[in-house]
Design a protein around this ligand. Structure first.
Ligand SMILES: [Fe+2]
Length: 457
């Protein structure tokens, strides 16, 4: 569990609400537990005292006659019976008015003088039961003393000692039972608090996710409305807002698509106009675009990349607008000066595109479509992988189309001858890998044409 995970968890309302309810639950349960334990402890003590007091009084009421008649056997019998039926009692003694022990549960103490325990007087009523909490060699104990009377004459007392450990054990057992009950309550409470928090915060969580999705343009469906309270009304408002935004987004997308279609149409018209200046290059840009896109598909370029490549092809010779007719339409070979001016159509094209921000992305392809793989091309003399991929593709398609088109000073080459020449130029003018892809593309194209021709025949 990372620090980031805990931080993210604490940012959730459900966790905050759960922790708050948990804190309240735990603190309330603990307070009630300690109060209950205190009550139970006192209750256990009261029960113990009452029992011993009752035993003591019971012995006192039955031992009077035996004591008066000096029936030691009867007294022994009483003491033995009480001691054996109450094993938690430490000792039972019958004492006469001279403080001499007549009968004791420990037979060795019979006949000894009795010394009352000294300690905290727990209960004292005149001429009645006295309870003292004291400490002896075997730890804390309670001493319960009840007077023995017969015919309104005091004959002695019953003395019962009970060790406090009995009370501690009883209290511990009671405390364990209470703890078990409270642990069950706490567990139930914790589970309920998490369930309740989840139930309460579910709409808030969904609303939060919905807002995030709407921000990213992913949400179109309305959220579920769980209740008719403030949160429900907020969700309904969110759903109305989502519907409004979705409608606006659809309209905008349609406008953008229409705009893009119009833009592409304009580019096609412009490219056709440039090509039309020279009858020999009529349809050149369109053919270069078709061939380049076919190569792009062979290279498995993404749809957006293919679209950009097509537009770049249509623009690749846009700079020729600035080339004078005397050079552009010259029938013979160009002299070096004219050739240099003609070569500048790449820079002119880049300059024209730089005027519109939306066309900037086509500049590398337009500027570098006459660069050579070995760095001897123009305008910048860059080489190898420095040449943008789109420019390298256009370069191949451009040269192939020029080779297979008729020129005033030469016949058009066949597809096979053009492919032969291009293969010879691999590594010099063109990237060797791209040449392989290009040849594959042409072969596929020719096979398709052949198939069509045969189908048509
Ligand atoms: Fe060109």
């Amino acid at each position: 569990m990372t620090k980031k995970f805990w931080f993210a968890s604490f940012q959730k309302i459900r966790v905050k609400a759960s922790l708050f309810v948990l804190f309240l639950l735990v603190s309330t349960t603990l307070i009630f537990y300690f109060v209950t334990v205190r009550i139970v402890n006192n209750r256990v003590l009261d029960e113990l005292i009452k029992r011993v007091e009752s035993l003591s009084r019971g012995i006192a009421s039955t031992a009077g006659y035996n004591l008066l008649s000096q029936d030691l056997l009867g007294l022994d019998n009483i003491v033995f019976r009480i001691k054996s039926s109450n094993p938690d009692i430490e000792s039972v003694a019958l004492v006469n008015t001279d403080s001499r022990i007549i009968v004791h549960s420990d037979i060795h103490k019979s006949g000894e003088n009795f010394t009352p325990a000294e300690g905290i007087v727990f209960k004292q009523e005149p001429d009645a039961t006295v309870i003292v909490e004291a400490t002896g060699p075997s730890g804390s104990f309670f001493q319960v003393s009840s007077p023995i009377r017969f015919m309104n004459k005091r004959l002695g007392a019953v003395i019962i000692d009970i060790n406090k450990s009995v009370l501690i054990v009883a209290q511990r057992e009671a405390r364990e039972k209470v703890a078990f009950v409270f642990a069950a309550i706490l567990l139930l409470g914790v589970a309920s608090s998490f369930l309740f928090s989840s139930f309460l915060t579910k709409p808030i969580h969904e609303l939060s996710v919905g807002v995030a999705e709407l921000k990213e343009g992913k949400r179109r469906q309305p959220l579920r409305v769980y209740s008719r309270d403030e949160l429900g009304r907020l969700t309904e408002s969110f759903n109305e807002m989502t519907a409004l935004i979705t409608t606006q987004q659809d309209k905008l997308s349609k406008y953008a698509q229409d705009l893009e279609d119009a833009y592409v149409s304009t580019v096609r018209v412009l490219a056709a106009a440039i090509d039309a200046r020279d009858t020999y290059t009529l349809g050149h840009s369109t053919r270069v675009a078709q061939l380049s896109v076919a190569m792009g598909k062979e290279m498995e370029l993404r749809s957006a990349e293919l679209e950009d490549l097509e537009i770049a092809c249509l623009f690749h010779d846009v700079g020729k607008i600035k080339i004078p007719d005397a050079i552009l339409l010259k029938k013979g070979k160009l002299d070096p000066l004219e050739h240099r001016e003609m070569a500048r159509h790449t820079e002119y094209g880049a300059e024209i595109l730089s005027k519109a921000p939306s066309l900037l992305k086509y500049i590398p392809a337009v500027r570098h479509h006459h660069e050579w793989h070995d760095g001897t091309g123009y305008p910048d003399g860059i080489s190898g992988d420095e040449i943008p991929l789109a420019a390298a593709i256009i370069s191949l398609a451009d040269v192939y189309d020029a080779m297979t088109s008729e020129r005033p000073y030469r016949e058009a080459l066949t597809e096979k001858e053009a492919c032969q020449k291009i293969t010879e130029l691999a590594g010099r003018q063109f990237h060797p890998d791209l040449v392989k892809i290009f040849i594959r593309t042409i072969e596929k194209k020719l096979t398709e044409i052949k198939g069509l021709d045969q189908g048509g025949a």
